[in-house]
Design a protein around this ligand. Structure first.
Ligand code: DGI
Ligand code: FE
Ligand code: FE
Ligand code: FE
Length: 187
């Protein structure tokens, strides 16, 4: 899909702040794709649509998870996790995106998963380090992202888990599984 067409579709779904975040993820994802040899066009499209469902009503996202074959355990964890799988479904249905790699990058951009593909890693990381993100440790991960994709990804998953634990929040098991898989198989 043309970049301008995709951006128009997404802009309608998001707040101005979230749209600016999306533009940051897009630029970062394209640059990571170039650096690590992924398909730049797919990185662009996945980045543009990654938060497509972010502001859908919780009830709608819940309904999608219940009826469209997603893991039901998502519903007993933080609703912040729901926009990723719900987004996959809605982006396919409403924007006509059919590419499995792009849809998977959207689906796993919040929790990750064991055995993440290159595009999934790039979108997860771009979401974490885009220029609009300002939190402790982000600069360190930006540096790592220039050298070693897996190393940067491990650091961002680890930071996310620690951040959630510091706030006494639950951690979705898939997020731990992502961390363990990267430690065992990453570098
Ligand atoms: O949508 P974004 O804000 O750009 O970023 P995101 O989709 O990566 O994360 C959305 C929120 O989900 C963020 O506030 C942290 C939270 N989150 C990420 N992983 C987990 C999680 N929340 C829980 N409970 N468990 C997780 O494993
Ligand atoms: Fe998100
Ligand atoms: Fe993220
Ligand atoms: Fe995001």
């Amino acid at each position: 899909m043309e970049r301008d067409v995709a951006l128009k579709l997404v802009e309608e779904q998001l707040t101005e702040h979230r749209y600016q975040h999306t533009l940051g993820v897009m630029e970062t994802a394209i640059s990571l794709a170039r650096r690590y040899g992924a398909d730049e066009k797919k990185a662009e499209t996945a980045a543009i649509f990654h938060d497509y469902a972010k502001f859908r009503p919780k009830e709608e996202m819940k309904e999608i998870i219940m009826t469209q074959g997603f893991p039901q355990d998502l519903l007993s964890f933080n609703a912040e996790l729901w926009h990723a799988p719900a987004g996959t479904y809605l982006v396919e249905k409403e924007a006509g995106i059919k590419d499995r790699e792009i849809l998977d990058a959207i689906r796993y951009h919040t929790s990750g998963r064991p055995g993440m593909g290159l595009l999934e890693k790039i979108i997860y990381l771009a979401d974490y380090i885009e220029p609009g993100r300002h939190f402790p440790g982000v600069e360190e991960v930006r540096g790592m992202a220039k050298e070693n994709l897996d190393k940067a990804l491990i650091q961002s998953v680890k930071n996310t888990i620690l951040f959630l634990m510091k706030k006494n929040q639950t951690v979705y098991p898939e997020t731990f599984h992502t961390y363990n898989d990267l430690i065992q198989n990453g570098r």
